[in-house]
Every structure is written in structure tokens, then in C-alpha cells.
Design a protein around this ligand. Sequence first.
Ligand code: IDP
Ligand code: MG
Length: 137
Amino acid sequence: MERTLVLLKPEALKRGICGEIIARFERRGFKIVGMKMLRMDREMAREHYKVHEGKPFFEGLIEHITSGPIIAMVLEGPSAVRVVRDMMGATDPLNSPPGTIRGDYGLHIGENIIHGSDSLETAEREIKLFFRDDELL
Ligand code: IDP
Ligand code: MG
């Protein structure tokens, strides 16, 4: 079993599509072992996205992810990291086929609806940033 971190980004809450997205993960069979709504501050956002520091889109990304509340979830299941990434689609929704979350709900790379950890090591680091051990049930 693996665990991975999923974030529903501010645009998902503004548009009211969180329930539909969470339902996809439940239908697939993932277990939700942690979930909370929060608004990230800039420090947390910079830590979460630190691999992108210095890239041209970094400041815009921090601005955007801190612009409103998000939902953070830890999903558990076999090959959770890869399967969740497959369900999300490509980073740019324009390259994400219909049937994927970004391909069904997004049109803009800066508003691509969802974040998912990209490796087991990343997942471990990202889960720790959002959840205390006793918040994972
Ligand atoms: P990922 O979310 O598919 O793992 P990353 O390359 O890790 O994609 O980028 C993190 C986030 O930064 C993306 O989800 C997207 O919101 C934003 N981003 C990535 N590349 C660009 C870009 O070229 N322009 C604007 N935003 C970008
Ligand atoms: Mg990434």
C-alpha cells in the first residue's frame, strides 16, 4: 500500500467541483486517510513547491495556491502515487485527455485543478507538511 498527497486547488473550491473529484478517487477504490480544508500561507507554499524555486512561473504559482482555501487529502491504495497521477492527467490540461481530471475540468496550466505527489519520496515529504501523524486515520 502507498500513500500520496492530493491538493484540490483554489479554483476547484471556487467552481464547486470538489465533490465530483473526490468521488472519482472513492469510486476507484482509494481510502481517504486524511482530509482538511485550509488556506496555505506563503511560507508553506514556498516549502511545498520548493523544487520550482527560480522558475519563471514560481511566484505566480505561490500567488495562486495561496489565493484561497484548498482541500488537502491523503489517499491510500496500491501504487497510489502513480495511479493518482494517471487519474490527474498531464500538468497542462490542454495535453490531458478526456477522462482525466485535468482533461475534464481544466483549460489553463496555471489553474489545473489538482496536485498529486510525483514520487513516494515526495509523497512522504508532502504528507508531513500538511498532516500530523495523529490526523491520519
Ligand atoms: P504537476 O502539478 O503536474 O506535478 P509541476 O511541474 O510539478 O506539475 O508544476 C507544479 C505546478 O506549477 C503545476 O501544477 C502548475 O500549476 C504550475 N506550473 C507548472 N508549469 C507551469 C507553467 O509553465 N506555467 C504556469 N504554471 C505552471
Ligand atoms: Mg509536481
